[in-house]
Design a protein around this ligand. Structure first.
Ligand code: RNT
Ligand code: ZN
Length: 413
């Protein structure tokens, strides 16, 4: 244990923070690491373009081109990020030598992922993949073509079966996120029809009840996408109402899916008043839903503070969602994941009880002063100790290793 840590721990104890307890909570809070930062969201169906209103910009060398490369890159990332982790897969990351239609996906196409996850002792999360398909160019679950809409309903059902299999065979609940890219460049005349079709699709998809120990389904809203700037049937109001009517479902809140000045940190407490659990997509919008690498910025910190202050670590699933192809992808991945963890640590190092007490007593001046003092408290020493105890590289050591991995492996691709 370093001297710095001992001193920092004492300093935190002085304001009523139990550092050991904070580290224990941090270690056990699973962070869901998305697989799609490694290959620019392309997956393994053989497709070479990402469509559906999202974009990975940049062409930095070293993109993972197959499952073996992606797993190898992810193993690096996992080894750099302290604390409990899960890996978040998308339905187009199947392991199959032959093409498989999205409505014919089965657990067997993901068997090697389960073996991999079990060997690493981590859980798996999952996602329906409605985008990047010629069959969803005019929409997926809102498609006016009944045949195509039925195809995407079948896809979602396959995904739910696979998710249940993930939960059963890893022993850890698989959180399945559903995001559709459906939307319009101009405001259509009929704005109700697509939403009514979406309700019907969701009713069909979720008609079958799954074991909630194995899998939970979440619905992700969005404000707009590229090419769907004016109308998105799957808006926040839409899914929120649907989820409130179907309490076994969860709402997903992605940091980049609201108006530019609207923050998800301000919405968490409302969701927690009405829902048992929720899913977060921790991301960073820069002017739009650009999925920049997560920083240790004010909003990321505020998101984690809201979770911790509400004592809701066991009610909020925390997942990452960003994809930067303009820099080394392993480094991008790691920076974002470590930042999400650091923000959570910062939140856990707040004397929440004390702050709440000051607030209840009406002492808002002390509340403000203490919060500001916290900003310069020695969190770095606690973080380093946490990394050390979790067996991941301390400080910038991971970066040296990641650069070595780049020289020896990824740059040669
Ligand atoms: C898109 C959504 C969605 C995707 C992933 C790849 O805007 O945020 O979560 O980023 O499913
Ligand atoms: Zn998202």
């Amino acid at each position: 244990m370093s001297k710095m840590f001992e001193l920092a721990k004492e300093q935190y104890a002085g304001i009523g923070v139990d550092v050991e307890k904070a580290m224990e909570l941090l270690a056990n809070a699973p962070l869901s690491i998305h697989c799609w930062q490694g290959d620019d969201v392309l997956g393994f169906e053989g497709g070479e373009t990402l469509t559906g209103g999202i974009q990975a910009t940049g062409n930095y060398p070293g993109r993972a081109r197959n499952i073996a490369e992606l797993r190898s890159d992810m193993e690096k990332v996992l080894s750099y990020v302290p604390g409990a982790k899960k890996v978040n897969l998308h339905a187009n990351y199947l392991d199959s030598s032959k093409p498989v239609a999205r409505d014919e996906l089965e657990p067997k196409h993901f068997e090697t992922w389960v073996e991999w996850a079990n060997a690493l002792g981590i859980g798996l999360d999952f996602n329906t993949t409605f985008f990047s398909s010629p069959l969803s160019e005019k929409g997926s679950l809102t498609n006016p073509d009944e045949g195509l809409r039925a195809f995407w309903i079948r896809h979602a059902k396959c995904v739910r079966d696979i998710a249940e299999y993930f939960g059963r065979s890893t022993g850890k609940t698989c959180v399945t996120n559903h995001w559709i890219h459906d939307g319009e460049k101009e405001v259509p005349i009929d704005t109700v029809g697509p939403r009514m079709r979406l309700i019907d699709s969701l009713n069909q998809i979720f008609a079958e009840k799954k074991n909630l120990e194995y899998t939970r389904d979440a619905l992700e809203s969005k404000l707009f996408g590229i090419g769907s700037e004016s109308y998105v049937p799957g808006s926040n109001e839409f899914y929120w109402a649907y989820v409130v009517q179907h309490p076994e479902l969860l709402i997903t809140m992605d940091a980049g899916h609201f108006h530019p000045t609207e923050l998800i940190s301000s919405k968490i407490s409302t969701v927690l008043c009405f829902a048992e659990k929720m899913l977060l997509h921790v991301s960073r919008p820069v002017r739009w839903d650009s999925d920049h690498v997560v920083l240790l910025d004010d909003e990321t910190r505020q998101i984690m503070r809201e979770v911790v202050r509400a004592d809701a670590l066991d009610r909020v699933y925390i997942a990452l969602d960003y994809f930067d192809a303009s820099i080394n992808r392993v480094i991008a991945w790691t920076v974002g994941a470590r930042n999400a963890r650091k923000a959570l640590l910062a939140a856990l190092l707040e004397p929440v009880d004390k702050l709440k007490k000051l607030e209840a007593e009406g002492d808002n001046s002390s509340r403000l002063a203490l919060q500001q003092e916290l900003l310069t408290m020695p969190m770095g020493a606690i973080w380093d100790e946490f990394c050390e105890r979790q067996g991941v590289p301390v400080g910038t050591k991971w970066l040296e290793d990641a650069k070595k991995y780049e020289r020896e492996v990824t740059i040669k691709r």
